[in-house]
Design a protein around this ligand. Sequence first.
Ligand SMILES: [Zn+2]
Length: 410
Amino acid sequence: MKALLLLSMVSVAFATKRFDGEQVLRIHPEHEGHLEKLVRLERSEQSLDFWQGPTSLSRPVDVRVPKDLLGKVKTLLEKTGMEYTVMVDDLQQSIRMARSRHIRSAGFNFDDYNTYNEIKEQLLDFAWSYPSLVSISTIGRSCENRDIIAIKVGAAGTNKPAVFLEGQLHARDWIVSATLMYNIKFLLEGYGSDNQTTSLMDQVDFYFIPVTNVDGYAYTANDRMWKKTRCLNSGTACLGADANRNWDDHWHDTGSSTNPCSDKYLGSRAFSEPETDAVSDWVLENSNNLKAYLSVHAYGQYWMTPYGWTSAHPLDYDEQADLAERAVNAIRSVNGKRFTYGTFTNLLYAASGMSCDWAYTVAGIKYSYTIQLRDTGQYGFVLPADQIRPSADEFFAGLLVVAEQVAAEY
Ligand SMILES: [Zn+2]
């Protein structure tokens, strides 16, 4: 028994991917030639992980470079005259530092990053502590048979309009579930003690899925940089699809990859992944009530409207942008952080098969957004735990603006 235990501990230790000496570089392309070189580099060098890919001259490119390629990449940048800074000096150290410095106790800690099981326990705890305000449902199961859990937060009342928050489609966007868990707590503690929250919860229901890509998130314990789902792909050892390129709206149009080993793999068909399939079914079943759809990600500080697949503005753009502007103003009033709003394609790049476009076009939810939380690049995906609370505070201000709009309009 002891030998068996030791053996399993050793295999866990070996399974954890390390990032010693890896750096994240921020590159500033200055002309089209630079952009083309970066696009070619992204295509040809699979072991480079572009956190923010090359898109336009106005946006820097963030790329994670394995230790053995650092010399080669830096030489290339210097030879072509591209300016860059070292954003993350040693990724392994940043990952270690990002966890809270408090001694970890067993169980959920709002001010630290938690495991999938700890999050699940905390959701059950919310339901137990606030039975009249909370209900929990398992809306589906992942490839590895984990529960995908939705939590409904709202005061009693039938046929209320609702705001839906789809969290962490991408496994490595850790700040997302941490922020959403705090927001659930703010709502529950605010009911009966804060006038605005109480009034909103009387009028509006909130549905949260704090972790949608449950397998991917669980796997980030082994590989912190994992992004995709963990489903098997036929004919290759590479697992998973990009859960935000897998939705049935202009699927396979643009900005995704047909290579199952790519982080942008679109899946074998639209809704090939049980996670996106389950959420989309659930949204359609509830689409009469859902009046806002927030797909929450990291990082960059953006509040984006459809579309992702085209630079054309949607029919409802004026109303979508007006609400986005008010939401980012509310966010800014909390800690001074600036979020940029506009259409996804016009702010970032063209990409199709995303949940936000599907929610707007297919499910008919006018106020559909893709939101990228903190930061703008200093830490990227590896945001220190001491930023969880400020992120939660500012996002909550934006969420209340959305709920106010839904309450007033529907
Ligand atoms: Zn993401």
